[in-house]
Design a protein around this ligand. Sequence first.
Ligand code: NAD
Ligand code: UGA
Length: 472
Amino acid sequence: MIKNICCIGAGYVGGPTMAVIAYKCPEIQVTVVDKNISRINAWNTKNFSNLPIYEPGLDEIVKRCRGKNLHFSEDLEENIKKADMIFISVNTPTKKYGIGAGKASDLKYVESCARQVANYATGHTIVIEKSTLPVRTAEAIKAILESSRNHIRQKGDSITFDVLSNPEFLAEGSAINDLINPERVLIGGEDEESINKLCNIYSRWVSKDKILKTNIWSSELAKLTANAFLAQRISSINSIGAICEATGADIREVAKAIGSDSRIGSKFLDAGPGFGGSCFKKDILNLVYLAEYFGLPEVAAFWNSVVSVNNWHQHRISRIITRKLFGSLSNKKIVILGFAFKANTNDTRESAAINISKDLLNERAFLHIHDPKVDPNQIAIELDMPQNDKDDSKVLSEEGCWYFVNDIYEAAKEADAILVTTEWELYSSLDWRKISKVMRKPSWVFDSRSILNSKEVKASGLNFWRIGDGYE
Ligand code: NAD
Ligand code: UGA
């Protein structure tokens, strides 16, 4: 019987996943640990709307369970010691140095977790890979754990480990729903007893037919493959969107026509500003690295093209904006609606808004950036540029600069263009007549998410561009 779970890594995966396990399994004590003390403090905040991660429904679950069977702690040693089951849910960024730089996953955080588990674990511990990892990482984790086991055995203590792979498929913005109603749970491993123990946890709320059991390498590779396939659909639809714009076709109509074929399916066919988020790019690059490593250059080139089309597409959007605004953005004010990489999250990692904003800043635009959930300090980090200290649209900078705005109507005053980069619902119900009255003419609205009512925008006297729309 599992009584104590410890999760290392209190991020976008560790936090919500453990909150749901605690919520569904009240008799299990679940503790999420992290070396980042300020993150742990934020999880323990008194005000539940200040949790470090914004996900619809997350605050409610944390409110119900925190302090009862859900805990957030910086004490790794103590929590590893008492855990029967440990989830490793730390970040696995793209390696920036040495062999595989720019492609391979940097496994230093995973390795350091394995070493901490090896040092502190007691009795029998099931160690679970929750992070997304290259195929055969479990081998390295096992080797580290095994070496400590031999070491401790010499002292006469009994200490054993088993390693399972249980990748996470939640998407940000819908994490709680995805965790409570998953389409599948994947468990890869060798030891029947350990697999069943993990299976028993999920089966409290997931039907058994949705719990897939595989060998450990298939489980690791299936996670990378799932992300690669999803990202591939987005690059595919965005590439066809560019053809639509050139030919008079409409990507929404094309997507509907192809998506009606059940072999293709209708999901993940929304043309947009290019995929963002912390994982698609990093996971495909990891796949590219693996293919190269195993001597499969054609396979590597195929998957690499998914990432390069995405990069090209994001720069294509900023080029379109610059062209429509007479080839120069110097002394022009552009309102950016949305900085998160998708709606319903405060996560900005790899957001398309970053590349597009950087291009516009390079053209010396004055950006007024709005987002209902993203902290302006985070935007400054992503753009590698501090916020302008005042909102003075009359004294525009000769250099590009940006300013964070809370009031979209105020920001629209004297603006030359408005660009929708994130599909937040509030942007689809803006009063375009009111906005049009205060913008500088000729003014443009660029909708990279297809969420605006084009008729309304055009009827209010604004020029309108929409992704993949060849009618315009
Ligand atoms: P994150 O950066 O939000 O959180 C990771 C946390 O791990 C950080 O708070 C960091 O301080 C902590 N950490 C790192 N090393 C540590 C150590 N040795 N000891 C203690 N704490 C440590 O990352 P995330 O978005 O939660 O992603 C985690 C993993 O899950 C990645 O492999 C990612 O690919 C995968 N994943 C992410 C998502 C997602 O939606 N973000 C979805 C599925 C899978
Ligand atoms: C994605 C996967 O959907 C999850 O299954 C996976 O667990 C996760 O990556 C991960 O491993 O990190 P996430 O990145 O949170 O989840 O969000 P998605 O909904 O997949 O969106 C990714 C990007 O693609 C966003 O920028 C989104 O705007 C874009 N997108 C998505 C489109 O442009 N069009 C679409 O039709 C769908």
